[in-house]
Design a protein. Structure first.
Length: 161
């Protein structure tokens, strides 16, 4: 069975946590809710035409809600013997292959919402900005363990140069 990296649902790639969709949807809600609320208040106090702003916020949120689920389900990665593969996107598929020997440093990050859901983001940095990669939505312990494995593999490859 060949490894088709352009298949967003490839079972040979490890998916990120579905909790990432919840985190991103909460962020989207924080942006759309004030616009919808403002539209409703203006419609009641000023002019009924402002209901259009409320409707626009609701339609935009519904669209965003759906897109977020699709994006998160397509965000996957794979540890191969010589490199890490990070794939994301459904409509515009992006696959980044980072050779372990090119990894310069690895960052772990978590914002308040990611922390609340026990998630973290792993950022791989290389000498070339085009081959940097990010894996969002890893479980906190999973991210730490992946960071350790990748760091060890990077040290091994760099020692061999």
């Amino acid at each position: 069975m060949s490894l088709n990296l352009l298949d967003a649902d490839n079972p040979q790639l490890t998916p990120v946590s579905p909790k990432l969709a919840t985190v991103r949807r909460l962020s989207a809600s924080a942006l759309c809710a004030p616009i919808g609320l403002l539209g409703a208040v203006l419609a009641v106090l000023a002019h009924p035409a402002f209901w259009a702003l409320t409707a626009l916020a609701l339609v935009g949120y519904a669209w965003w809600y759906w897109i977020i689920g699709r994006q998160v389900s397509a965000h996957r990665y794979r540890e191969d013997s010589d490199d890490l593969i990070v794939a994301r996107g459904r409509w515009w598929r992006q696959v980044t292959v980072v050779p372990y020997g090119r990894i310069q440093f690895i960052d772990l990050g978590e914002g308040p919402l990611l922390r609340m859901y026990g998630l973290a983001s792993l950022h791989l940095n290389t000498a070339s900005a085009g081959s940097d990669a990010v894996i969002d939505g890893l479980g906190r312990e999973q991210a730490r363990a992946l960071r350790e494995r990748l760091s060890e593999r990077a040290r091994e490859r760099m020692a061999g140069l």
